[in-house]
Design a binder for this molecule. Structure first.
Ligand code: AMP
Length: 115
């Protein structure tokens, strides 16, 4: 069984600052925030990447957007806006091998062009 850091959080082996949970997702505060609000939207089921979700249950992304909309609203981000990011693979800068969506906001974020 794959045991990445997010699986350990979901299994209760690691403590976290959780702001939302349902049967499909948890949303936690990123341990190394890159903005005043930096949340991670994480499927409870282990999916390695976007490809795995599309192959197994593509409807999960619709549900994920509904959760992002809700937690962004609850975090006070709806009016000024926010950014969603998925890092994929080596070039995308992915560190944790468990699909997750970054929700960033609380200030005007930097330019959208990559470095
Ligand atoms: P990524 O580069 O998209 O894989 O980003 C992984 C993110 O997970 C980083 O922003 C980390 O700061 C965050 N992270 C790693 N471990 C933890 C943890 N135990 N609790 C909360 N966030 C974490």
């Amino acid at each position: 069984m794959i045991q990445d850091v997010f699986c350990k959080i979901i299994n209760g082996e690691l403590k976290t600052d959780k702001v939302y949970e349902d049967k499909d997702f948890i949303v936690i505060k990123d341990i190394n925030p890159q903005a005043p609000v930096h949340l991670l939207l994480i499927p409870v089921k282990h999916y390695f990447d976007i490809h795995a979700v599309i192959n197994e249950d593509s409807s999960l992304f619709g549900k994920a957007m509904a959760v992002a909309d809700k937690v962004a609203h609850d975090a006070g981000l709806s009016e000024k806006g926010y950014r969603l990011i998925i890092n994929e693979g080596e070039h995308g800068g992915k560190l944790v091998p468990h699909l997750h969506i970054h929700i960033l906001g609380g200030k005007r974020l930097g330019p959208k062009i990559v470095k």
